[in-house]
Design a protein around this ligand. Structure first.
Ligand code: MG
Length: 390
């Protein structure tokens, strides 16, 4: 156990996965390195690396104080939202990993311990031409049968929860700018929901994502049109920034409404939760502010008996960070797995952490996994250089 380490460097590598995976390493004079991840690319990586100017010489065990320092010193340039908050999220996760390694305990223990031994995942299964069962011609990629076939393939792979994009077929909308769904577009989407839910029956929970595409009236009509089917949740049918909009949708339908991946920090969720404008909250830990902010969002939601889903498009590093905070939150529901089609995803940590339909919560120190730098090097984004070894 080491109690008096000092931070010596912060380095980043952007890995070219199905998203830009921004990996962060925080180095110490104790020869122990912490690993974290932030969402989305080089600009975020630069911001994360620059935090060394505020962290050099600090004791990494003071995770909350150091993270708060970054928020406050970077508040003018985005410490409460956007790329700066994403960058701080990656550094914060690395500080938690580092603290766990220095104290020789897993991150979930630093968050109060675990409610569960396994964290269940749901498979993001995309839409249209990106459906996994996609030996499909252009005319059939958005057919209800194509979605149902893809859903069946997910179940055959052993999963019991999944999500499809329901907003992908813009050709069914007459005008995407006015956020309006005409009757034909609503029917087209309802037919997809019907085909998928009837195909999987009670073998899987199925959610549908709309990426904030629709106005209040269209979102309500869409949500009502799928009430007869067994929908797990409808994600982001409308923009969430003005809480009265999702509130109107949520109160007008029996379909559970979920939102949160576009919001930052606990303050970004405050009105949404206290006004009970959604049925499920869905922060993205390597984006929304890190594990402490995710925990604050979860506890705020828990006061209203609102469950927590975690949005996630990360490498296994960010995903394992989600696993630790998910284990530590009583109201956790499910964690997104967005990389089923990336065959080398698990190789970054020496093997896919998913066992069946869940990820066992690691008990090794910190995140409980190590980064395979050879795999990182073989998938670096253009212009990126590998981390220093130590
Ligand atoms: Mg989404």
């Amino acid at each position: 156990m080491v109690r008096d380490a000092e931070i010596t460097d912060v380095q980043t590598c952007v890995v070219n996965g199905n998203f830009d995976w921004t990996l962060v390493r925080v180095y110490t004079d104790a020869g122990i390195v912490g690993i974290g991840e932030a969402i989305l690319g080089e600009r975020v990586a630069d911001i994360a690396a620059d935090t060394i100017e505020l962290l050099r010489g600090e004791n990494p065990l003071n995770v909350s104080r150091l993270t708060e320092l970054l928020y406050r010193r970077l508040s003018y340039t985005g410490g409460n939202a956007g790329g700066v908050t994403a960058a701080i999220s990656g550094v914060e996760i690395a500080l938690f990993d580092l603290t766990g390694k220095l104290l020789e305990i897993p991150i979930h223990q630093l968050l109060g311990g675990k409610f569960r031994e396994d964290v269940c995942v749901y498979v993001d299964s995309h839409a249209g031409a990106h459906l996994r069962s996609a030996e499909l011609n252009d005319e059939s990629v958005f057919s209800p049968t194509a979605y149902a076939d893809a859903a069946e393939a997910v179940v055959e792979d052993g999963f019991d929860a999944m999500k499809f994009d329901l907003d992908a077929a813009e050709q069914f909308q007459e005008d995407v700018w006015n956020r309006h769904l005409n009757t034909h577009a609503v029917s087209q989407k309802a037919n997809i929901v019907k085909a998928v839910t009837e195909r999987v029956g009670d073998q899987a929970d199925v959610a549908f994502d709309c990426h904030w595409s629709y106005g209040t009236d269209s979102a309500i009509r869409l949500a009502r049109s799928i009430e007869d089917y067994d929908v797990w949740f409808l994600e982001d049918p409308c923009p969430p920034e003005n809480a009265v909009v999702p509130a109107a949708v949520t109160t007008a339908t029996e379909t559970p409404i979920c939102t949160g991946e576009s919001l930052y920090r606990a303050s970004g969720f405050l009105e949404l939760i206290t006004s009970q404008s959604v049925d499920i909250v869905q922060p993205d830990p390597p984006k929304c502010g890190g594990l402490r902010e995710t925990r604050r969002i979860a506890e705020l939601a828990d006061l209203y008996e609102i469950p927590l889903a975690l949005h996630n498009v990360a490498s296994p590093i960010g995903t394992l960070a989600c696993v630790h905070v998910a284990a530590a939150c009583s109201n956790f529901l499910a964690l997104e797995y967005h990389a089923r089609e990336v065959e080398w995803w698990g190789d970054l940590i020496g093997g896919n952490p998913i066992d069946g339909k869940a990820i066992p919560v690691p008990d090794a120190p910190g995140l409980g996994v190590d980064l395979d730098l050879d795999v990182v090097e073989s998938h670096l984004s253009d212009g990126e250089t590998l981390f220093d070894e130590m």
